[in-house]
Design a protein around this ligand. Structure first.
Ligand code: GLC
Ligand code: CA
Length: 566
């Protein structure tokens, strides 16, 4: 059993921070080409400061041919042309510093772009010095070297006629996997990390980091179960901890920074091996257990679209227990790879505002570092995608081609994309009610949600009861009450499919969170042993009469309250 007591946790700035994720392509466009950019980000830093966030995580801004929107890097030292220049970057960092904002960069080193110079060299000949920077294998009797499948459809092996061998790509064929077995490659990556750290950034979010160590015999994948394949075959390879410890020793430990690994394929039992303070690897990971709740594990592009609150709560409870006082969690309900959190876990129709607040409360009142994904602070919702022309994501476009070839039911295919596409998160940030939602003076690269007249930052700022003002209050509450950061966690009514209720406590301080995460009223009874204490209401998302006893309550849809018990 892990020790789990608040008083044993080492206190530090990155545990007390709130992180905001920017997807640069969709944040703000400064020059009217329809694509967000660095000057656009600079122009909106005041918004982040006003919210009260401490760290900004930028999805990749490095030079890239954009096969996967920047997650395919052709030069790790350069800036994507569409986003600006290295001078823009330096200016952005300086402007962030002025506002006490730290910068976390995306580190995409499981793969590079096929247009990276390393790969260009590597594919030239079998004895090229860069050959071994990637995984090249001969075919097996005219077939690819193993049955591994790419996340983005088709085989994970691409035949290359120049040397008549195949290279591995877990993502698109323009994202060849880097071979971490190669010492020189690892040193190149560490050098590049130091370059950005020496510029003064404060950390990295590490893309699909559990995949960097491969099983070199490329064992057969479970073709009927993608989830199992990811966990057992692609992630957590034999040298993963050795590589991360080396990276930590050689680079990370030399700076006062923070790290979060994208933890695809890491189970609740494995998490602590990556984030335990004893192990000196990463500070935190994003686990994906709750992101699978509405999905079909066999096929991650398909799903049921609903989830059970009891299962949702169990995941947070289990991770809290598993990481104990030596590990640390990251808390997120959406990012650039998933539909909008309100549409997915809340109700984006009648209770858009209430459910946005109820879900945000989960993020800011559990133990861990909370992440806000751009637009969630104003309650942005899923986009009404219709035809294939509306989508931009390479994942959808590749799957579409494959579905056509396989003569699948295309209406069914599109229906599942309409619900699950990553593009939901990538429609432009809605700043105001002007044309194009204030995102661009030109034509946006992807559709702008038609609700922008109603849902935008400007309006949210003016409305006392807006989602954004509630986020501000939550962030502030968390800053004022370290019990919300470090406190112990005790859950009540685990089996309820409506109510998420828990106590956070540290020393004598006790905060009770009562959250009806459902579209119906819910009967609530205060746990007996808490009935005697005095109660001070700290935050709520409905009008509440302070004099009211809370021994029993009828909670309104998505009603949430936070009390201090005395
Ligand atoms: C991660 C990123 C995703 C990207 C993939 C390949 O999952 O978050 O956007 O497509 O890795 O780099
Ligand atoms: Ca632009």
């Amino acid at each position: 059993m892990n020790q789990n007591n608040a008083t044993e946790i080492q206190k530090t700035w990155w545990k007390e921070s709130v992180i905001y994720q920017i997807y640069p392509r969709s944040f703000c466009d400064s020059n009217g080409d329809g694509i967000g950019d660095i000057q656009g980000i600079i122009s909106k830093l005041d918004h982040l400061q006003e919210l009260g966030v401490n760290i900004v995580w930028l999805s990749p801004i490095y030079a890239s041919p954009n096969d996967d929107n920047g997650y395919d890097i052709s030069d790790y030292y350069g800036i994507m042309q569409e986003f600006g220049t290295i001078e823009d970057f330096d200016q952005m960092l300086a402007e962030m510093k002025k506002r006490n904002l730290k910068l976390m960069m995306d580190l995409v080193v499981n793969h590079s772009s096929d247009e990276h110079q390393w790969f260009q060299e590597s594919r030239k000949s079998k004895d090229n010095p860069y050959r071994d920077f990637y995984f090249w294998r001969k075919g097996e009797n005219g077939n690819s070297p193993s049955n591994w499948r790419s996340f983005f459809s088709g085989s994970a092996w691409q035949y290359d006629p120049t040397t008549e061998e195949y290279y591995l790509h877990l993502f698109t064929k323009k994202q060849p996997d880097l071979n971490w077995e190669n010492e020189k490659l690892r040193q190149e990556i560490y050098k590049m990390m130091r370059f950005w750290l020496d510029k003064g950034i404060s950390g990295f979010r590490m893309d699909v980091i559990p995949f960097i160590s491969k099983h070199l015999d490329f064992p057969p994948a479970y073709l009927d179960n993608f989830d199992k394949t990811m966990k057992e075959i692609y992630a957590n390879g034999p040298r993963i901890h050795e590589f991360l410890q080396e990276m930590n020793r050689e680079v990370l430990s030399k700076y006062d920074i923070t790290t979060v690994g994208e933890g695809a394929g890491i189970s609740v039992h494995q998490g602590i091996e990556y984030v335990s303070s004893d192990k000196k690897e990463l500070h935190t990971i994003f686990h994906f257990d709750h992101m699978g709740l509405d999905r079909n594990p066999k096929n991650h592009m398909d799903g049921i679209g609903t989830y059970k609150l009891s299962a949702f709560k169990k995941i947070f409870t289990d991770w809290h227990q598993a990481l104990g006082s030596k590990g640390w969690n990251s808390l997120f309900l959406s990012n650039h790879d998933f539909p909008r959190m309100v549409s997915r876990f809340g109700n984006d129709q009648e209770y858009r505002i209430e459910s946005a607040k109820s879900l945000a409360t989960v993020l800011f009142t559990l133990r861990g570092t909370p992440y806000i994904y751009q637009g969630d602070e104003i309650g942005m919702v899923n986009y009404p995608f219709q035809n294939i022309e509306d989508f931009r994501d390479v994942q959808v476009l590749n799957a579409y081609k494959e579905a056509l070839e396989e003569q699948q039911d295309m209406e069914k295919f599109l229906d599942s994309q309409r619900r699950f596409t990553r593009d939901h998160a990538r429609t432009p940030m809605q700043w105001d009610e002007s044309e194009n939602a204030g995102f661009t003076g030109g034509k946006a690269w992807i559709g702008i949600h038609p609700n922008y007249l109603e849902v935008n930052v400007k309006k949210s700022r003016q409305d006392r009861d807006s989602v954004m003002n509630y986020y501000k209050k939550l962030i502030n509450l968390r800053k004022q009450n370290l019990t919300l950061v470090y406190g112990d966690y005790e859950i009540f009514y685990e089996d309820s499919e409506q109510i998420y209720c828990y106590l956070r406590s540290m020393n004598e301080d006790k905060l009770l969170i009562i959250n009806n995460i459902s579209s119906h009223t819910a009967d609530f009874e205060l746990p007996k042993h808490l009935q005697e204490s005095g109660k001070e209401l700290l935050l709520s998302n409905y009008e509440v009469s302070v004099a009211q006893s809370i021994k029993t309550l009828v909670l309104r849809p998505y009603e949430v309250r936070i009390y201090r018990l005395q």
